[in-house]
Design a protein around this ligand. Structure first.
Ligand SMILES: Nc1nc2c(ncn2[C@@H]2O[C@H](COP(=O)(O)OP(=O)(O)OP(=O)(O)O)[C@@H](O)[C@H]2O)c(=O)[nH]1
Ligand SMILES: [Mg+2]
Length: 596
């Protein structure tokens, strides 16, 4: 299917043309027919000579309904600009063209209609000159009449050719279906309609409405029930459960989108807009504040979270005016806080330079244009800004991750990685006796994954039995008595590593007070909680055993598997939770983390 939105000044004949092409009524409301004008979005479709279906999203031309117009055009890959031969180019012809241009819509047709009322040549010449310099400059043009039908066969052929020239859709990509109509069907519940521009929808699947999971009860496309609908398509999604979406909300593939209340963007050239603004993206119009950062970049803050990706194009509009003067391209959806003096200007400069670095993402082949001469940030840019990101982070931000040499699918900026390596050497050196467990180092560096700490270990750092040391710094020798005490403890715990000795036994062994602190510092023992002392590899060994349990497991199953008492099992599990190696569920049961 091919979806195209109309555009053009009020009363120029958009709906008449859609009606003539499809035999369907795009003006659904009685009030629209009474007033002879489109107020809300209209939907109509027909088969083209090739057999392909074309669906129209018919928008209102009146300046009062510009938000509705933008909601219709926002998700559409192509536009049909309609100009009346007898009236020529008018104010909203220009405003709609500007919006399409700022959105980067570069596929379309210029249709001079009402050609039965006046010679279309002057209107065509005027429109052609207005298109010059926009991304719709070279679209084909035709003259027609929606009343007499003259020129319509040629228009039908031109629509087919336009569809042939559209880039292929990503039917495997994540779904972001912007709701452009929401209604309730008695007995069936809420239905959301929209233009599906990427991905595939299936009846029965779970989607996210914002961050709420919702089940798809049923699907329709063009009034026909379907089990599967692939992009590009007009689709109606019947949702299960007590949800109350509205126009501008998006149905999302779970986990594939980052919802954000702020984003850093590149502004289209010109004076940055000021004051209270509306951001138009997809079918949404969201109150937005702007903070210019210089060099054509700005930080936007939204009144509600939006599913945005790097490369998204959107419009900023002053709500008191119909004209859209500013377009934006999203550069970062997790903008770093700007607290230090000069941070805003530095950020502006960094954003302006985005896309220049090697490995930067080129504008994805799609139906929207990049700002000429300006690339989009790629993985290298995002890593420079964020230091460390997982492959999944990069994907939800809208950037393809290059293969990573790091474990766990992590990606690091080379400079940040070098800084972390230095910081690790420093914390290990500062640890008194120059030894630190991997767990402690992970915590001190604030790293999200112990495997990263391991990957950071390089000479002169060494790793032995879960303890990082320095080969150039001989560990300060423990007093012989303490070493003997530790050896005795090791022997006692050899068979039952989780049977922590009692406080009395620890004292007998000579492992209390300052001796215990020294032994822990040396990485020989682990104080799980006051009075519960195990060997330092206890977390690794515990996870090994817990992994063999069916998940989720209870404390008492864990206690049995670890062959210990609740006195040890409870604080040890809590420590594992804190290390991110187990996850506690609401009912108190636990699972082992996938990343360990
Ligand atoms: N003679 C003639 N009249 C037309 C033609 N197209 C539209 N009209 C008339 O122009 C008026 C406006 O047509 P619409 O199709 O409602 O215009 P529109 O662009 O959809 O208007 P809005 O949706 O309100 O922006 C109606 O009275 C139509 O009958 C045409 O090709 N020839
Ligand atoms: Mg209309």
């Amino acid at each position: 299917m091919f979806v195209i939105a109309t555009a053009g000044h009020v009363d120029h004949g958009k709906s008449t043309l859609v009606r003539a092409l499809t035999g369907m009524e795009p003006d659904r409301w009685a009030e629209e027919r009474r007033r002879g004008m489109t107020i809300d979005l209209g939907f109509a479709w027909t088969a083209l000579p090739s057999g392909r279906t074309v669906a129209f999203v018919d928008v209102p031309g009146h300046e009062r309904f510009v938000t509705t117009m933008l909601a219709g055009v926002g998700p559409c890959p192509a536009a049909m600009i309609v100009v009346a031969a007898d009236e020529g180019w008018c104010v909203q012809s220009g405003e709609h063209l500007a919006a399409l241009d700022l959105l980067g819509v570069r596929h379309g047709l210029l249709v001079i209609t009402r050609a039965d009322l006046a010679d279309p040549a002057p209107a065509l010449a005027e429109a052609r000159s207005r298109l010059r310099g926009t991304c719709l400059e070279t679209i084909p043009a035709l003259a027609v009449s929606g009343v007499t039908g003259q020129g319509l066969p040629k228009l039908v052929t031109a629509l087919d050719r336009l569809a042939d020239g559209l880039p292929p859709t990503d039917t495997d990509g994540p779904v972001r279906l912007w709701a452009d109509r929401v209604f309730t069907v008695t007995g069936a519940g809420v239905v959301v309609t929209g233009t599906l521009t990427a991905g595939t929808l299936r009846a029965g699947q779970t989607l996210h409405l914002g961050d709420e999971p919702v089940r798809v009860r049923g699907l329709q496309t063009l009034n026909t029930p379907a089990d599967v609908v692939t992009a590009t398509a007009r689709v109606a999604v019947n949702l299960r459960g007590p949800v109350s979406p509205s126009r501008g909300d998006a149905l999302l593939t779970p986990g594939a989108w980052h919802l954000t209340t702020s984003a850093d963007v590149r502004l289209s050239p010109g004076e940055p807009p000021k004051g209270d603004l509306l951001l138009h993206i997809g079918s949404a119009a969201v109150p937005t504040r702007i903070r210019p950062l210089g060099e054509g970049a700005a930080r936007l803050s939204f009144a509600r979270p939006l599913p945005l990706r790097v490369g998204d194009r959107a419009l900023l509009r002053n709500p008191s005016r119909s004209a859209v003067t500013t377009g934006v391209v999203v550069l970062d959806v997790r903008p770093p806080t700007l607290t230090r003096r000069g941070a805003a200007a530095a950020r502006g400069a960094a954003l302006a330079a985005a896309g220049a670095s090697r490995g930067a993402g080129k504008d994805a082949p799609g139906t929207r244009d990049a700002v000429p001469g300006c690339g989009l940030p790629g993985a290298a840019d995002l890593l420079r800004w964020h230091g460390l990101l997982s492959g999944a982070d990069l994907a939800t931000m809208g950037v393809t991750a290059p293969p990573s040499p790091l474990p766990g699918g992590w990606h690091a900026d080379p400079e940040h990685w070098a800084g972390l390596r230095k910081a690790l050497a420093e914390v290990v050196t500062g640890a008194g006796d120059g030894r630190l467990t991997v767990e402690a180092a992970t915590h001190l560096l604030g790293l999200p994954d112990r495997r990263l700490t391991r990957a950071l270990i390089a000479p002169p750092l060494t790793l032995e039995a879960g303890v990082i040391g320095r080969q150039d710094l001989a560990p300060s020798p423990l007093p012989a008595r303490l070493r003997q005490a530790i050896d005795r403890l090791r022997a006692e715990l050899a068979d039952r590593p989780f049977q922590a000795p009692s406080a009395r036994r620890l004292t007998e062994l000579g492992l209390a007070g300052r001796n215990l602190v020294a032994a822990e510092r040396a990485g020989a023992v682990l104080v799980v909680t006051a009075g519960v002392v195990l060997l330092s590899d206890a977390p690794d060994r515990a996870v090994e055993r817990l992994r063999l349990l069916p998940a989720p497991f209870t404390v008492s199953q864990a206690r049995v598997a670890l062959q210990t008492t609740r006195r040890v099992a409870v604080p040890l599990l809590e420590m594992l939770d804190g290390l991110g190696r187990t996850t506690r569920r609401e009912n108190g049961s636990r699972t082992c983390a996938a990343v360990n």
